[in-house]
Design a protein around this ligand. Structure first.
Ligand SMILES: [Zn+2]
Ligand SMILES: [Zn+2]
Length: 173
């Protein structure tokens, strides 16, 4: 017996909707953020972001903080109050988790990989409590590339400077 035509159409429609609706079926970080990935323990969750352990840690403590909203990379962030406060919030969450879980660490690092050096196309803040393990992993989380610019990795504070909304300076006129 042939498959009824309406079933074929439904299948096609659902497939298209999943694509248009974003990354629900394909993006691993969206699955984690929506708690549909049961294998990931969330260290923090609020209405804007979630945090969890990096699956392949590069330091004594290595967490990721991601927005619940699917923002692909730092290139998609705007110089706007919304994006600035989102990244500030991600950094605050990462800092408080590391200060809680690695209070004895002397050095911390917070930042983002820039395309094409990012591993997953869903914005994620790397939060590292040093030392790096193994120590050569520092290369992956350092902002100095061969040309000395923000190649590969950009520290969160530098990104915040970049997307900080311009405020008018009444006194400078
Ligand atoms: Zn996503
Ligand atoms: Zn990354």
């Amino acid at each position: 017996m042939a498959t009824p035509l309406n079933q074929i159409n439904n299948g096609g429609m659902i497939g298209r909707m999943a694509r248009v609706g974003g990354c629900l079926s394909e993006c691993i970080f969206c699955q984690i953020a929506s708690s549909s990935s049961t294998s990931t323990t969330l260290l923090h969750s609020d209405d804007k972001v979630v945090a969890f352990r990096d699956i392949n840690p590069s330091a004594f403590r290595h967490y990721l903080v991601i927005p619940k909203q699917h923002i692909p990379t730092v290139k998609n962030l705007q110089r706007s109050p919304e994006d600035f406060s989102l990244v500030s919030h991600m950094l605050d969450v990462g800092k408080s988790l590391l200060h809680r879980d690695a209070p004895q660490s002397k050095h911390y690092r917070f930042g983002f990989h820039q395309p094409p050096f990012n591993s997953v196309d869903h914005l994620h803040l790397h939060c590292l409590a040093l030392p790096f393990t193994p120590s050569w992993r520092f290369i992956k989380y350092s902002s100095l590339g061969p040309l000395g610019g923000f190649i590969g990795f950009i520290e969160a504070e530098k990104l915040l400077e970049r997307i900080k909304p311009r405020v008018p300076h009444p006194s400078s006129m």
